[in-house]
Design a binder for this molecule. Structure first.
Ligand code: G6P
Ligand code: MN
Length: 413
């Protein structure tokens, strides 16, 4: 209440059955922790969006069963099966665009609230929203992975991550930290790299992570050994080592299975347990989460005009000098009531420019394939993706994904 005074918190979902335990938990939580705040949950748009200042959004069209298909279908052709990268990210993107446009349209019917969006694949969603709402300055696409990495650097060198001031460039799930300043303004990126190269790398919350995430963080050391200039986002490994990663993924038990059996189950069971006993007092699941903290801090920085630095997804417009103006890039920016003030990156070197231009072409063609319902553009997008490359493979995986996504995608002609 001190940092972010609230009158009302409203949860909105189109899926009542899924919402009920979360809403029930929330009701008890707010009664116990913040009785002055009005809390409700609903599947009515007007109730959800009218007279609100902030909309925090994350949706997963098709739910986890579709994530499972996004991961398993590519793997059945020997290609990376991943939530946001490669053909899986392409398929998820084609599903997300329609519903995200619908959501932003619905919100705008009732308010000019800030829409702060986590929906994945964020790169593709951000690009599609910038096309559909070119003049809307209050849609902000964000990702928590850079913060997860900062927290983990803090752990690696025994330093409070809150005091780290990062500089970063790239696309969402496709970028690099160039500098990380400490509280005195010294760039300690070299020290962080040294620590990772000698001790390996672990997520800040390693003790709570599944094995697959621990492996993902461990591979950061390999990336640093090959390309020592900048600290890479974990997601780059799918593009830099596609053969190694595809071989490591289990085509019968992917991350979606791990999540459905693990986190999803745990969260819903915990909600039901709390509802049964009528208290959330001993529930551990509501505290200490980078994902939840970031979206709140971003909103607070806007509401209180704090001008704090966050890594956000923004229209390039010269931030990275030698990339197209209309690309949606991920960079550091200060954030206040008037919106974002990004830090200029300047021109980037050939290796990064080549990788980013290739990935951006994939993202742009994906969005165009959606808006134009174009099979040829979808095939071109997948062929460009570094996890695919071979156009014959691209066609096979595209055809299988079209079949699996019937009703979710526009009909590609
Ligand atoms: C990070 C990324 C998100 C992604 C998530 C997947 O937080 O920034 O974009 O959705 O990881 O995590 P999960 O545990 O669901 O595999
Ligand atoms: Mn993300």
């Amino acid at each position: 209440m001190e940092d972010f005074p609230l009158n009302r918190v409203i949860l909105y979902d189109i899926d009542n059955e899924r919402q009920n335990p979360i809403g029930g938990f929330g009701k008890i939580l707010f009664k116990e922790e913040a009785p002055g705040v009005k809390f409700l949950y609903t599947s009515d748009k007007e109730t959800a969006y009218k007279d609100v200042d902030f909309v925090f959004c994350q949706m997963r069209t098709g739910g986890y069963p579709m994530r499972e298909k996004d991961e398993k279908i590519p793997l059945s052709f020997g290609i990376i099966g991943q939530e946001t990268c490669g053909p899986g990210g392409f398929a998820y993107g084609m599903r997300s665009i329609r519903d995200m446009i619908q959501m932003a349209d619905d919100v705008r019917k009732y308010s000019d609230a800030w829409i702060i969006n986590y929906t994945n694949p964020a790169a593709i969603v951000a690009l599609a929203l910038s096309k559909a709402f070119p003049d809307d300055k209050k849609i902000l696409n964000i990702c928590d992975q850079p913060v997860n990495l900062l927290r983990s650097y803090g752990r690696a060198i025994g330093y409070d991550y809150k005091k780290l001031d990062p500089r970063y460039f790239g696309l969402n799930h496709f970028g690099w930290f160039t500098h990380i300043y400490d509280e005195f303004g010294f760039d300690i990126a070299p020290k962080i790299k040294e620590a990772i190269l000698s001790n390996g790398f672990k997520p800040a919350d390693a003790e709570q992570r599944d094995e697959s995430w621990l492996d993902t963080y461990a591979v950061v050391k390999d990336m640093l050994m090959d390309f020592p200039e900048y600290l890479p986002n974990t997601y780059l490994q799918y593009y830099l080592y596609p053969e190694y990663k595809a071989a490591k993924l289990d085509p019968n038990f992917t991350r979606a299975n791990e999540v459905m059996k693990g986190r999803e189950k745990k969260v819903f069971e915990e909600c039901e347990r709390a509802i049964e006993i009528g208290s959330t007092k001993d529930s551990a699941i509501v505290h200490n989460d980078a994902h939840g903290d970031m979206i709140l801090e971003v909103a607070i920085s806007i509401a209180k005009n704090l001008q704090k630095t966050y890594i956000l997804i923004l229209p390039n417009k010269g931030i990275i000098g030698n990339l197209p103006d209309d690309a949606m890039v991920e960079t550091a920016a200060s954030l206040g009531a008037g919106g974002v003030s990004p830090y200029a990156v300047g021109n980037i070197d050939t290796f990064y420019k080549g990788l980013i231009e290739n990935q951006y072409a994939f993202e742009k063609l994906t969005v165009e394939a959606y808006f134009e319902a174009s099979y040829t553009k979808a095939l071109a997008a997948l062929t460009l993706n570094r996890t695919v490359v071979d156009a014959k493979k691209a066609r096979k995986v595209l055809d299988a994904l079209i079949e699996a996504n019937e009703g979710y995608w526009p009909k590609l002609l």
